[in-house]
Design a protein around this ligand. Structure first.
Ligand SMILES: NC(=O)c1ccc[n+]([C@@H]2O[C@H](COP(=O)([O-])OP(=O)(O)OC[C@H]3O[C@@H](n4cnc5c(N)ncnc54)[C@H](O)[C@@H]3O)[C@@H](O)[C@H]2O)c1
Length: 352
C-alpha cells in the first residue's frame, strides 16, 4: 500500500508531537515541512529526515504528491492555511483552536464542504485513553444524564509569551489556548448539547509576571514578554438547551497555591473525574463507591494521546477511519469561546 504523504506547517514546539507520531507510523512518509523561520524548519527537516523545506505554505501546497497537512502555526493563520490546503485537495489536521473567530470557523467549514476532504481539529484530549474509557461508560449509560460539568485549568505562572500573548495572533489568552481543551472535553462527553446562554468574565490584573524567578513553564518558540494583550484569567457559566450546565475557569497567571487541572462530570446515575485522576463515582446497595480504573495512566498521557490522534488522522487519509473531532465541533467550540469573550466584554449574559 502507498504511504500517506504528510507535510507539517509550523515547526515550533508542538510540531515535535506531530512529527514524532507521524514518524512512528509505518504507513506515513514525512514529505515536507514549512516555517516562516527557515532555520527552524531546516533543523526539524534534518532531525526527522524530511526532504522538502519551505517558508511559504502556498508553495508547499502546490506539491501534488502531498496527501495531507498538519497545521501547527499561530492561531491567526489556522483558517487561511486550512482553506488553502483544502482547496489544494489535502486533508487537514489543524491544531486547536480551529481559528480566532466564528466567521473564520464558518468559512473553514464551508471549504471542507466544497472540497469533500476532512478537517480534523486537534482536540487531542478526545484521543486520550482516559477519555475513551469515560466515553464507553457514558455510552453505556453508567452516568445517566449528565447535567453538570466543571472544568478548571489553572496555571499560577504560565503565560507562554510571544504570539500566545498577542491577541492579534492568538485570538485570546488562557481561554482560547488551554480553556478550549477542557471545555471541549466536557462538551464532547456531555453529548455535544446545544448552547443556550453564556456568562463569562475575563481579567487582566496580574499581567504575564515575567519578573518571577526560579519557575519554568511552556514558552512560545519566539518567546517575548514585552507584549501582553491577552487576559490572564477567565471564567464562565455555560447553560445548554437540555438544561445542563458547565462551569469553567482557566488562567495563565493567578495567585493560586499551585497549578491545577480538573475535569468533572456529574450525571443522575453516577459521576466521573477525568482529571486530575480518572475516578468513577457510583452508588451500589446504599453505599457510595469511588471506583479506581486499573489502567496504565489515570491522567492524560501526552505522547500516547498525540499518537492516537495522528493514527486516527492517517486512517482518515486512507479512507479507513472517521475523525473524532470534525470541523463542525471546531465551529461550535469557536461559538462558545467567542461567546465567553463577548459576554465578558459586554458584562452581560449572551443568548444563542
Ligand atoms: N494540542 C496541544 O496540546 C497544543 C499544545 C501547544 C500548542 N498547541 C497549538 O499549536 C499551535 C502552535 O503552537 P506552538 O506552541 O508550537 O507555538 P510556537 O511558537 O512554538 O511555534 C509556532 C511556529 O509557527 C510558525 N508560523 C507561524 N505562522 C506561520 C505561517 N503562516 N507559516 C509558516 N509557519 C508559521 C512560527 O514561525 C513558529 O515557528 C498553536 O495553534 C497552539 O494553540 C497545541
Amino acid at each position: 500500500m502507498e504511504k500517506v504523504r504528510i507535510a507539517v506547517i509550523g515547526a515550533g514546539s508542538i510540531s515535535a508531537a506531530h512529527l514524532r507520531a507521524y514518524q512512528n507510523h509505518p504507513e506515513v512518509e514525512l514529505y515536507a515541512i514549512c516555517d516562516l523561520n527557515e532555520e527552524r524548519a531546516t533543523a526539524k527537516a534534518e532531525q526527522y529526515g524530511i526532504p522538502r523545506v519551505f517558508t511559504d505554505y502556498r508553495e508547499l501546497l502546490t506539491l501534488k504528491e502531498i496527501d495531507a497537512v498538519s497545521i501547527c502555526t499561530w492561531n491567526n493563520s489556522h483558517a487561511p492555511i486550512s482553506i488553502a490546503a483544502l482547496e489544494a485537495g489535502k486533508h487537514v489536521l489543524t491544531e486547536k483552536p480551529l481559528c480566532k473567530t466564528v466567521e473564520e470557523a464558518l468559512a473553514v467549514e464551508e471549504a471542507v464542504r466544497r472540497s469533500g476532504k476532512t478537517l480534523q481539529v486537534g482536540f487531542v484530549r478526545r484521543y486520550g485513553a482516559n477519555t475513551e474509557i469515560v466515553r464507553t461508560f457514558v455510552e453505556n449509560d453508567e452516568l445517566g444524564e449528565i447535567y453538570y460539568a466543571k472544568a478548571s485549568c489553572i496555571r499560577r505562572l504560565g503565560n507562554p509569551g510571544g504570539w500566545f500573548a498577542d491577541v492579534e495572533r492568538s485570538g485570546g489568552g488562557p481561554l482560547i489556548d488551554v480553556g478550549v481543551h477542557v471545555i471541549d472535553l466536557c462538551w464532547y462527553l456531555m453529548g455535544r448539547p446545544k448552547v443556550k446562554t453564556i456568562s463569562g468574565n475575563t481579567y487582566n490584573r496580574l499581567g504575564n509576571r515575567a519578573n518571577v524567578k526560579n519557575l519554568s513553564y511552556y514558552k512560545a518558540a519566539d518567546y517575548d514578554a514585552s507584549l501582553n494583550t491577552v487576559e490572564d484569567m477567565a471564567n464562565a457559566l455555560i447553560r445548554f438547551e437540555n438544561g445542563a450546565s458547565l462551569l469553567v475557569d482557566v488562567s495563565f497567571t493567578l495567585h493560586a497555591k499551585e497549578d491545577g487541572l480538573t475535569v468533572k462530570l456529574y450525571g443522575d446515575k453516577g459521576g466521573v473525574e477525568l482529571e486530575p485522576e480518572l475516578t468513577i463515582i457510583t452508588e451500589k446497595h446504599d453505599t457510595i463507591l469511588n471506583v479506581t480504573p486499573q489502567i496504565n495512566n489515570r491522567t492524560f498521557d501526552f505522547i500516547a494521546g498525540f499518537q492516537s490522534e495522528i493514527n486516527t488522522f492517517v486512517g482518515v487519509c486512507q479512507g479507513k477511519a472517521e475523525t473524532l473531532s470534525p470541523v463542525e465541533d471546531g465551529v461550535e467550540m469557536m461559538k462558545i469561546l467567542c461567546g465567553i469573550y463577548e459576554s465578558a466584554e459586554k458584562q452581560k449574559e449572551i443568548h444563542f
